[in-house]
Design a protein around this ligand. Sequence first.
Ligand code: TMP
Length: 260
Amino acid sequence: MSRRRQIYEGKAKILYEGPEPGTIIQYFKDDATAFNAQKRGTINGKGVINNRISEYVFTQLQHIGIPTHFVRRLNMREQLVRQVEIVPIEVIVRNVAAGSICKRLGLTEGDPLPTTLIEYCYKDDDLGDPLIAEEHIACFNWASADEMQDISSMAIRINDFMCGMFAAIGIRLIDFKLEFGRLFEGDFSRIILADEISPDGCRLWDMESNEKLDKDRFRRDLGGEVEAYQEVARRLGLLPEDVNNNDVVDLDSQRKKRGK
Ligand code: TMP
């Protein structure tokens, strides 16, 4: 039985047609992938936590004037967002060396970068999302110069805000990935923040212990993925102190049984 039309299924989310034209429902799955989906698994309850964390971060960003696609959270796994045309670029913001840049440039993981660095990857799974320069973006017209100006200035503002937000709860924001979309209004379009912001697409380290509280726990087989995601949600004040993951999963399965 299908109540609505599925538009797209990605690695961690499913997109459904929304209730009104120009809207979409984002459903957050528990599926986890890494290394361009060569590694696959499930993190129980991840979708519920990411839905909540992403709602919180997007709402905070809206408060500081960043335009986003987020409208409202609908239930434990779904949120209503505005339909956009996704710009085919992953925007990676890095404060501290970690992950692929260490391999590429021979850096030591954990070393602060001299300045915040923005990198761009071309969104194409078949090609493994290759790193590109702004010249490629201009050459192939993936985004205009004006759009890139909006994207890079928003990325820096988002980074400044999120560094402070996470520092306040004892977490160091190492790096993260953003996606932007074009919102069409008549003949014009403007750039707004899209996709999600969650421990799936950020590196988050505990400030005192350097413990990883993000998807690197899955990528690197460290274990404790659910606990790490929950810890982030708990420190953001999104989970009551006494709620554990079994409660999250229980609530979610009750919701599914009710058919919502
Ligand atoms: P990287 O070190 O693998 O290039 O990743 C940099 C950051 O971007 C890290 O926080 C994870 C995030 N990221 C995604 O969210 N999706 C991706 O496909 C990739 C490659 C990275």
